[in-house]
Design a protein around this ligand. Structure first.
Ligand code: ZN
Length: 350
């Protein structure tokens, strides 16, 4: 073992100890044996990560290549503040970074998996900070009505960001996560917890449905798959949108979502954190599979997310964008339907 591989593995082993020490209280889920994704005290996932498996992968694989500062600069756009603070008579979406997007239409705004701080983990000294800043700070964020959370992994559910928003928004969370929000001091009336295919009316014109994704959950060593994961379909009047969350691919979920709730005027679909495939494929799509989702949910316009922000895996940071463009061209699809944008860019859907 080289010094290069030894240090991360020592850190991972210590990390396992910290997570074991963190513990976890019950979350009140009543598991339903008639639902295939409900198991015995946990939700069923095709595969969840393990520390041992992660350590083996890290020993086997080279670390990600060094990041080119020019690549990082190319990822960073500038928010059009005047635009995002103006009334949204047309639907629009602004990529804030990673899986965080601000969707605005007709007096309603929502955020997906808001992560506005530096680290994709609880213990800051343990992981690399983000290499691109969020396009908007909490202080600069326009008014937000509600937030949808895909699952409890640290890069999607950032407790520091949750604490900043607090009770100023309504939180839509997967089954099993409500108690976590209450434990952080969020008021019970501000947390809506849903199972797959459950819907909730935020208002007369806004319908929110939690939909399946292929993933898993864990925040401590004790809570693997005790809360659910998924995507969100959000209909605001005549504008139908879909946030895929964090997901691997299978040939059932996305066709089902498209058939039951599509077509979507806007989809937000992950394209990054996929290498190596033997390790990541069950939990994260690659760019070609992201195009499968775009097609199967029947999206008119998709926004690539979950890339260009945190170095979670070993692919070069610009590879997801390149492979996405190549895949759209290979299938003869118009690139503007699903094209990488810069952090801070806004797509206006007219
Ligand atoms: Zn995840």
């Amino acid at each position: 073992m080289t010094a290069k591989t030894c240090l991360p593995n020592v850190r991972l082993a210590l990390l396992a100890c910290l997570l074991l020490a963190a513990g976890c209280a019950g979350n009140g889920v009543q598991f339903d044996p008639d639902k295939p994704h409900h198991g015995d005290g946990r939700f069923n996932s095709p595969k969840q990560g393990s520390f041992f498996g992660h350590m083996m992968m890290r020993m086997r694989e080279d670390p990600p290549p060094p990041r080119d500062p020019a690549d990082i600069r190319s990822l960073i756009g500038e928010v059009d503040r005047e635009l995002i603070e103006s009334p949204a008579s047309l639907p629009r979406v602004t990529w804030i970074g990673h899986a965080t997007a601000l969707v605005q239409y007709d007096g309603i705004s929502y955020l997906t998996d808001p992560h506005l701080t530096d680290y994709p983990f609880y213990y800051e000294f343990w992981v690399e900070p983000r290499y691109t800043p969020p396009a908007l700070s909490f202080e600069d964020m326009p008014a937000v009505d509600f937030v949808v959370i895909s699952h409890n992994h640290y890069d999607s559910l950032d407790h520091r960001t949750v604490d900043k928003f607090g009770d100023s928004v309504t939180w839509y969370v997967p089954l099993g996560l409500r108690q976590w929000f209450l434990d952080r001091g969020i008021s019970p009336g501000r947390v809506i917890e849903l199972d797959w295919w459950d819907s909730h009316a935020f208002s007369d014109s806004v319908e929110i449905t939690f939909v399946p994704a292929q993933h898993w959950s864990r925040r401590t060593a004790w809570d693997t798959n005790k809360s659910l994961w998924g995507g969100w379909a959000v209909r605001i009047g005549d504008f139908n949108s879909y946030f895929a969350g964090d997901t691997g691919y299978n040939d059932a979920y996305f066709k089902d979502i498209g058939a039951r709730l599509g077509p979507f005027r806007l989809a937000m679909i992950p394209i990054g954190a996929y290498a190596p495939r033997y390790f990541m494929a069950t939990a994260h799509v690659d760019p070609a599979q992201a195009v499968d989702i775009h097609v199967e949910v029947r999206a008119e316009q998709s926004l690539p997310i979950h890339w260009g922000t945190f170095q979670l895996t070993i692919e070069p940071i610009m590879e997801p964008a390149r492979l996405l463009r190549e895949e759209m061209a290979r299938r003869g699809l118009a690139l503007e339907q699903f094209e990488p944008v810069r952090i801070g860019d806004t797509l206006v859907l007219d």
